[in-house]
Design a protein around this ligand. Sequence first.
Ligand code: GYE
Length: 324
Amino acid sequence: MKRLIAVLLSMLLLCGCTEKPQETTEPPMTVVGISQVGAESDWRVANSESMKAAFSEDKGYRLLFSDARQKQENQITAVRKFIQQQVDYIVLMPLCETGWDSVLQEAKKAGIPVILVDRMADVEDDSLYAAHVGSDFYGEGVSAVKWMESRYAKRTDSIEIIHIQGTMGSTAQIGRTRALEEAVRRHPNWQILTCLDGDFTQAKAYEALGDYLDTLPNSQDFDVVYCENDNEAFGAIEALREHGYRVGTDVDVICFDATANALRLCGAGEISLVVECNPLLGPLAEEIVRTMEEGEVPPKHKYIDERMFVQANITEELIAGREY
Ligand code: GYE
C-alpha cells in the first residue's frame, strides 16, 4: 500500500511538472526613449524626476533615459540609438530649436512618434513630431515685462537693465529675450547695459556678472538684473553682494522657474519677481503617449498655466508645498 501511494504521488508530481506554465496575460511594456538636455538647473532636475516617475514600470513602461550633458550632438546620437533599439515612442526635450530636421525624419521613417517636451524644435515639416507640451516662454517674458512697466511707470530717467540670457537658441531663451527686447524698443528710457550668457547655470551667471561688475566704475547703479532662470539669479545675487549691491533695495532681480529656493529668496525680498515655469511635465507627456496608444490623436501643442510671484504673495505654505 505504501508503495502504491508512493507511485501515485510520484505520478501526480510528474503530471504537475510536465504541465505547461500558465501564460501571462499582462500586456507588453511600452518602450519610451527620453532624450534630456542635461542637469544644468534645478528646473531640469525636477523635470527629469517628473518624467521618470510618469514613465514607470508599474504604469507599463520601459524607460530608456539619456542625459545629453548640454550638447545637441549627444541628443542626436541618443535619438538615433532609440531608433535602432526600435522604441515605441521618443520623448525629446530639444536643447535648441534648430538642427533637428534630419534626425526627426529618420524617426518618422522608422514609424516612431516623437513627442517634444518643454522647448520646441523649429522644423520645416510639423509632421516630424506628434505633439508638444511645455511653457509659453514668450508669455512668461511678457509677464515679467508688464511687472517692470508698472514698477517703473513713474520713472522718467533711464531704467538700466543687465540681461543674463539662458542657453542661446533654446526656446526658453528666445521667448524670454524677445519679450524684454520688444519692451526696450517700446520704452525710450529703458536701456540694456549688457547682455551676458549665463547658459541657465548658477556658475556661469555668477562668473559673467562678476566679470562685468568688475569693469563698472565704483558704485555705478542700475535698476534690474533680468535673469532667464532661477539658477542664474542665485549666481547673480552672489556676484551682486560681493560687489556691494543690496539686492532688492538697490537693484531688482527678476527670474523664471519659481523653484522653492527662488520663492524663499523672493519672500526674503532678495528677488523682486519670479515668473513661474512648471517642470512637472511627466504626467502630461505620459497622457500624450496614452492617447496615442488608444489610437487617438493628441493635441499638437499644449501650454501649461503659470503664475508669477512677488514678496507679497509668498507664504510658508506655498514654499513648503512646492515640489521642486
Ligand atoms: O527655465 C531652465 C532650464 O527650458 C524651461 O531650462 C526650460 C528652462 C528653465 O534649464 O531653468
